[in-house]
Design a protein around this ligand. Structure first.
Ligand code: SF4
Ligand code: SF4
Length: 440
């Protein structure tokens, strides 16, 4: 039987060899740290510290601004220097708490739980909520909300998104080969919440070492299974992962829970483990610094809030001028103007490339080759949707399922005419969704 996968998709050069073999290095920041109050989906957090206050590592500095929100914690000890707008990776200015790092990394105390199996579901959810855990794969959806579906008894699968299908990124891979037991323990805690569910580790077959380690660790776990998947982008897309692992399908109007599934990425599940077992808030993560312009591409265990420029420096800086810098991977990441921006709970990588693949070529006319249609994992007609976007035809855009686009970039990737299809569709999608919101 062939490996499980989904329809469509593309095979970009994965670029993972640059950083995947090097052990993760712990990095203690030197400069100031910045904590944007919006680094999750939902209401921004509200500061509970003032300028001049001293704080410890692990201390809460901002309270959740509602149920769909998350608190924020300082990752170092130091003094609150300012609360002011700062530029973040997606380009927006976001109100942020600035901490002057005292370089001592003094932590506040955390409460460990001896026997997690004795905790009630409510206690587990409360610990996850209080630790500020959110989806760390990029979405930033508060995890305590995701783990509180309306009908928990109807959840059949907890899927660990171990695909890491974005080219160049290797942070999840390093976590899986260096500390797979934390991932398995995190899964065990989540399964405690859902009595009828099976825990599946969906992982692409280009990570044999990680597959082997997870298989070894779960061989005597009747409620867990490792599901090797075909290496294909965007295998880690939520809908594509659900399809490949369970053969169930969802669309933009459904939640994974509607199909009996909950999907969490590797770092998120590890953060659940740290929160529930050790009472540790979310203050650090694995982060990849890579690309052919970087002197020593590798992964770092970072304190969230560390500036991108410090991370680049720790990787030896640039060996060649970077024509393009991206927060995240080349397919779904955000182009950066500079590196004076903070890492957050959801930023996983800095990619510095000597060639800008996008601006290198001129756009030409569509030759109707159909490659974008074959590549689209949602079964859309990207060439047509991009035409509607170009001409502002919102009704047609919606009629032809433009809102189902997951913004994966597969259509642009293979287009011989170099049309910026995904970009046009993404912009139009935003406009249509905004119109709908305005009408409410
Ligand atoms: S139309 Fe959207 S979902 Fe389809 S390939 Fe393009 S970006 Fe991906
Ligand atoms: S891949 Fe590009 S050239 Fe081919 S049909 Fe799609 S838009 Fe046209």
């Amino acid at each position: 039987m062939g490996l499980r996968t989904f329809r469509g998709g593309v095979h970009p050069d994965d670029g993972k060899d640059l950083s995947k073999a090097k052990p993760t290095k712990e990095l203690l920041p030197v400069g100031d740290l910045f904590f944007p109050l919006s680094q999750h989906i939902g209401a921004p957090a509200t500061p509970i510290v003032s300028v001049g206050d001293t704080v410890l590592a692990g201390q809460k500095i901002a309270e959740a601004g509602g149920f769909v929100s998350a608190p924020i914690f300082s990752s170092v000890s130091g003094t609150v220097k300012a609360i002011e707008p700062r530029r973040v990776a997606v380009g927006d200015m976001v109100n942020s708490i600035v901490i002057e790092n005292d370089g001592n990394y003094l932590e506040c105390g955390f409460e460990e739980t001896d026997d997690v199996t004795k905790l009630t579901n409510e206690e587990i959810i409360e610990k996850i909520k209080e630790a500020g855990v959110v989806g760390m794969g990029g979405a930033g959806f508060p995890t305590h909300v995701k783990l509180s579906p309306k009908e928990p008894d109807k959840i059949d699968y907890i899927i660990a998104n171990c695909a890491e299908c974005e080219p160049f990124l290797t942070s999840d891979y390093r976590r899986m080969v260096e500390e797979p037991e934390k991932l398995v323990e995190g899964m065990r805690i989540i399964l405690q919440l859902f009595k009828h569910a099976t825990g599946c580790f969906g992982i692409e077959d280009n990570k044999p070492e990680a597959i082997q380690k997870l298989m070894e660790l779960t061989k005597d776990e009747p409620r867990m299974q490792v599901v090797p998947l075909m290496t294909k982008y965007p295998q880690g897309g939520e809908r594509q992962l659900i399809k490949a692992v369970t053969d169930r399908e969802i669309n933009s109007k459904m939640l994974p829970a509607d199909a009996g599934c909950i999907v969490d990425n590797v770092e998120t599940i590890v953060a659940v483990y740290n929160a529930v077992k050790f009472g540790r808030p979310l203050t650090d993560r694995i982060f990849t610094v890579t690309g052919d312009a970087v002197m020593e591409p590798r992964n770092f265990k970072i304190k969230i809030g560390t500036n991108f420029s410090e991370l680049l420096e720790a990787a030896g800086g640039l060996k060649n001028p970077a024509k393009k810098m991206i927060a995240g991977g080349p397919m779904m990441g955000f182009a950066l103007f500079g590196t004076d921006i903070p890492t957050t709970k959801t930023t996983s990588a800095l990619l510095c490339m000597t060639v800008d693949q996008v601006s290198q070529y001129e756009e030409t006319a569509c030759i109707n080759c159909g490659r974008c249609v074959d590549a689209c994992p949602e079964g859309l007609i990207p060439s047509r949707l991009a035409d509607y976007a170009k001409h502002g035809q919102k009704e047609n855009f919606e009629k032809w399922y433009g809102l189902e686009c997951i913004e994966c970039g597969s259509c642009s990737f293979g287009c011989p005419a170099r049309r910026p299809l995904a970009q046009a569709i993404k912009t139009m999608k935003k406009q249509v969704l905004q119109d709908k919101k305005n009408k409410k």
